[in-house]
Write a protein of this length. Sequence first.
Length: 172
Amino acid sequence: MFRAMLIAGLGGFVGTCLRFLTGKIFHFAGAEAFPWGTFTVNLIGSFVIGIFFGMAEKTHLISPSMNVFLITGFCGGFTTFSSFSDDMYLLLQHKQWLGFGLYVGLSFVLGLLLVWLGRSLIKTILQAVPKRKRAIRYVPNIPFCRMRAVICALYRKGRSSRRRRGRADSRP
């Protein structure tokens, strides 16, 4: 559990740094009263988390540790609901009704749309690649397990190619 916390913390550090830089870019670009930095980060984060969940759920293309790093850590540090809530409050406080409505509505609608888009993108990519070519499965991050998996795969491949050529191996 401590290892998972460190992995999530490292992902959160990377996500937080990117979020900070994104906010600074919009600040220096002369963003107006509308919170473009938070809005952009939340939309990008919605798309990215859709991609990560799409990769993790059915295909197991990312390991549990990478799942913690990317989804819990990176996306958790990159997007922030607390900043979103504060921005909404500030828009209401300054009586910017149209900005508030657009910010809330577009954030939710576009965020949901981008999560769907990220998941659909991964699903489409995986459907385009034949299953035998994407038969990559997660092997625990233990050197001997990885080495054993590679050796077993090579052994099976060698045996099947000898059988196809009519020279079946005499071993069981």
